[in-house]
Ligand binder design. Structure first.
Ligand code: MN
Length: 135
């Protein structure tokens, strides 16, 4: 069964590119253009991986990731930030918000698909414990 990937991104050019590359890579792709829509699709479809833009209107990616992490049924879901800047402070904030990692934009398709494969090959360390995470 093809892995399911939820892309939460508000930039149409990025949406088109991510969808094209991921579908070509054999993945099933779900799309959301806001954090609120991303949350409801994640709860409904339980994707294997969420690729989450940090800069979204209203609810930003950090808030979406933190909210996703409150859902025990999503404890095995990998959440990866899509970010144009990943300075040292950003990386710490990304990890603290519950993300499993980040991918820097703009993406290069061949590198991007390898990063996605690598994310999917890695089990979340907390998934066996039912999503319990220390605060
Ligand atoms: Mn954005």
């Amino acid at each position: 069964m093809a892995a399911r990937i939820l892309v939460v991104e508000d930039n149409q050019a990025n949406i088109t590119l991510f969808q094209y590359v991921l579908v070509a890579g054999g993945y099933t792709v779900l799309l959301a253009t806001s954090g609120e829509e991303g949350l409801s699709l994640a709860v409904e479809h339980r994707p294997d991986l969420v690729l989450l833009d940090l800069r979204l209107p209203e609810m930003d990616g950090y808030q979406v990731a933190a909210t996703l992490r409150t859902h025990p049924e999503l404890s095995a879901t990998r959440i990866v930030a899509l970010t144009a800047s990943a300075m040292l402070g950003d990386r710490e904030r990304i990890a603290a918000a519950g993300f499993d990692g980040y991918i820097q934009k703009p993406i290069e398709p061949a590198t991007f698909i390898v990063q996605v494969q690598r994310c999917l090959a890695t089990m979340r360390p907390h998934s066996a414990s039912g999503g319990a995470r220390s605060a």
